[in-house]
Every structure is written in structure tokens, then in C-alpha cells.
Design a protein around this ligand. Structure first.
Ligand SMILES: [Fe+2]
Length: 224
């Protein structure tokens, strides 16, 4: 049994048992207002940050930090029931209730809101806001693997994007000279926020400027 020191004053179900969605939502609702998260949570632009803060035979609880633009691929929780509550910022949840991953139901979770879900719930969670978000997640039974559902090229790109390393413009130029293809792979939600032309956002303008000085033509993708 592991309980983070910040949570040792609380009682936790220890016996092997399965808590349902309502039980878990009550737990994340109770945890979200704790001030301890402000010191514990981290936000890393390179990858989603997370830490397991509780593990018993009945439940596991994770603290997750999301910088703007970070997201999960569509996934379920391996047969576990779950819940999450937003501590700060806001998260967008695409819920795949139908047979296809093409038309999710979109739910916006504001700071302080909690949601519970049954085993089999398939969703994608993203921070599409302009500021960091922090959330607390509970699953029961613990230890079941997150299973990704990637049915389309877009889904596969989104999964791959989490492992990508951002190149500096000069290095990108060298790679292009070597035959690499430059493609705008920002998440679909980024273009309306940052501008469809990357040269209009400040970082994009810098990158495009350096690329232009390096003699590289920048091609821009367009939504259909
Ligand atoms: Fe999830």
C-alpha cells in the first residue's frame, strides 16, 4: 500500500474490492480542493507529467499535469472504473460512446468539476486551453493497463506526436536538405487558436523566419 505523505490523514479502502464510478467520483471530488497539489504538481512541456499518489488493493490515484496542447490518445482503462476531477485549468474530454472513433461526444470539464465513468468508457482527454491544467484521477481495481484505441491515421499521428522531439529551425533546415519533408502536424485544435498559418504565431514566426533565411520553403497544410 502506497499513500503519498500529503494524503496520509485520509482513510483509503485497502481490501481487494472494486469501487464503482460514483464511489470514485466522490473520492476525486474530495481530493480536488486539497492545497497540497499546488506544491506537488509539475507541468512539463515535453510530456504529460504524472505521479501515482495512492495505490491500495482497491484503488489507484494519479495526479496529472497538462501544459497547453497536451493530450491522451483515445483509450480505455483496461476494464477499470474511473473518475477524474480538474484541479486547475480546464480539460476537454472526447467520449467515444458509439462504434466509431470518428464522432466523439465532447465535454468540457472546468476547474472543480468531477466525472465518474464505468469500465469500457473510451475517451480522449486534452488541455486545449492557454494555461496549465492539473487533474486528479482514480481507478478501481488498480493496476489495469490503459489501452489505446487508434483507428485512423489522425489517431496514430496524435499518438506519435507525444514522442516527437521539436527540432530547432537550423536543424530542421539541415534535415530538409537531407530529404526530410516538413509537415505541419499541430493538433487539430491548435490551428484555430494559434492561427492556421504558423507564421502568425510568435514562435511560428521565429521558426518560419529562420527557415526562410536558411533557404527553406515552408509548406502549410489546410483543413478540407
Ligand atoms: Fe482516461
Amino acid at each position: 500500500m502506497h499513500v503519498h505523505p500529503a494524503l496520509r490523514g485520509m482513510s483509503w479502502p485497502a481490501d481487494a474490492m472494486t469501487l464503482d464510478a460514483a464511489d470514485l467520483a466522490r473520492i476525486t471530488t474530495r481530493l480536488a480542493p486539497l492545497t497540497a497539489w499546488r506544491e506537488l504538481a509539475r507541468h512539463d512541456p515535453a510530456r504529460r507529467w504524472y505521479e501515482r499518489v495512492v495505490l491500495t488493493d482497491a484503488i489507484e490515484v494519479w495526479l496529472i499535469g497538462w501544459t497547453p496542447g497536451q493530450f491522451t490518445p483515445p483509450h480505455d482503462h483496461g476494464g477499470a472504473h474511473g473518475s477524474f476531477a480538474v484541479i486547475e485549468g480546464e480539460l476537454v474530454e472526447d467520449v467515444y460512446d458509439g462504434p466509431s472513433l470518428a464522432r466523439p461526444r465532447r465535454v468540457v470539464h472546468l476547474s472543480g468539476s468531477a466525472v465518474g465513468f464505468d469500465a469500457g468508457h473510451v475517451h480522449r482527454v486534452a488541455n486545449e486551453g492557454q494555461v496549465n491544467a492539473t487533474s486528479i484521477h482514480a481507478y478501481s481495481p488498480p493496476g489495469l493497463p490503459m489501452r489505446c484505441h487508434a483507428a485512423t491515421v489522425t489517431d496514430l499521428l496524435e499518438r506519435a506526436r507525444e514522442r516527437l522531439r521539436r527540432l530547432e529551425p537550423a536543424e530542421a533546415a539541415r534535415r530538409i536538405d537531407g530529404g526530410a519533408l516538413l509537415v505541419d502536424i499541430r493538433p487539430r485544435g491548435s490551428a484555430p487558436v494559434q492561427g492556421r498559418d504558423p507564421r502568425r504565431d510568435r514562435a511560428g514566426a521565429q521558426r518560419a523566419g529562420v527557415a526562410a533565411r536558411s533557404g527553406v520553403a515552408v509548406a502549410h497544410t489546410r483543413d478540407p
